[in-house]
Design a protein around this ligand. Structure first.
Ligand code: ZN
Ligand code: ZN
Length: 306
């Protein structure tokens, strides 16, 4: 007679079920958003948006297969952390609650915004640390193998980097109460922004970064420049920390203006950080990349070194 460990240990059955639900959720949100964005913007609208591409359009199937393989490993790590959060919540370790009235509806509605701002700060400083030469090759290099990104780059992390990103929710909910729906809204926002950040097609309208509110938000161009020149543009959702600490790519606004301008026209740059200027720019400059050796080992920055 075969021995079923789950029969003997109901907790193991619960653990396995929680892990697989967590795995389905994490894999589902990555696959759904990355595939939908890839199909919509690369396959369907790719030709129509030809002037908005931030990368050469030569197919790189092998690169995307590598990114998907790394992303599946990331999803497995997220699922393990998700299982820890579920059991930790039951044990009262994590302050994720189910009753929407426990801290009031206004707090529930504000929680995703609080999580977004906190994660942006967590990400910026962790990201800069990962570019230090002590950590870069062991932790962050895998993500930067993609010199030109795709929607599938979003989760292409080494195991150590996946763990660092996945620890945000467990760490923050040790102290911050968060309704379970607010956590799901935050996780949905995170994957959508992450995939769009790696889209390699600029979707924001012309003049977006010239607006005071738009200038606060990172764009696809912002993160594409980070993959090309890894010693600048460390921000995730907002440009606050890059601006405050002087790590914004000096060509960012010019390159955003260039890629959002009608092809072959002069580009008008008007941003809160720079005076209005009309410059004849060429899209080819955006596709120019540093030497491969520099990409493998990012150039030193004032406080974040490869
Ligand atoms: Zn990236
Ligand atoms: Zn980086």
């Amino acid at each position: 007679m075969r021995h079923d460990p789950c029969e003997a240990h109901p907790d193991m059955k619960d653990l396995a079920a929680t892990f697989f639900v967590s795995l389905a959720f994490d894999f589902g949100r990555y696959a759904l958003v990355a595939c939908a964005v890839f199909a919509t913007f690369w396959l369907w609208l790719g030709d129509r948006l030809h002037h908005r591409w931030l990368r050469p359009r030569a197919p790189e199937t092998a690169s995307m297969v590598r990114e998907i393989r790394a992303s599946v490993r990331t999803v497995l790590i997220f699922a393990v952390l998700g299982t820890v959060v579920v059991f930790g919540r039951r044990a009262g370790v994590f302050r994720i609650y189910l009753d929407p009235h426990r801290h009031g509806i206004p707090y529930l509605l504000a929680t995703p915004l609080i999580l977004i701002v906190l994660q942006d700060t967590y990400f910026y400083f962790m990201h800069r640390a990962m570019h230090h030469r002590w950590l870069y090759h062991a932790v962050h290099h895998e993500h930067h193998i993609s010199r030109h990104t795709s929607p599938f780059t979003a989760y292409a992390f080494s195991p150590a980097e996946a763990l660092a990103h996945g620890l945000f929710v467990p760490l923050v909910t040790l102290v911050l109460p968060a309704h379970v729906i607010a956590v799901f809204v935050f996780l949905a926002f995170m994957i959508v922004r992450n995939v769009l950040g790696h889209l390699a097609i600029e979707l924001y309208p012309r003049g977006f970064v010239a607006h005071r509110l738009g200038a606060m938000h990172t764009t696809t161009t912002h993160h594409a420049l980070h993959h090309l020149r890894p010693h600048t543009n460390f921000g995730l959702y907002f440009t606050w920390w890059d601006r405050a600490l002087g790590t914004t790519d000096p060509t960012y606004e010019r390159r955003f203006a260039e890629v959002t301008a009608p092809r072959g026209t002069a580009v008008e740059i008007a941003t809160p950080a720079s005076p209005v200027a009309r410059l004849p720019l060429h899209r080819s400059a955006l596709l120019a990349t540093p030497s491969p050796s520099r990409l493998r080992c990012p150039a030193p920055a004032p406080t974040a070194r490869p």
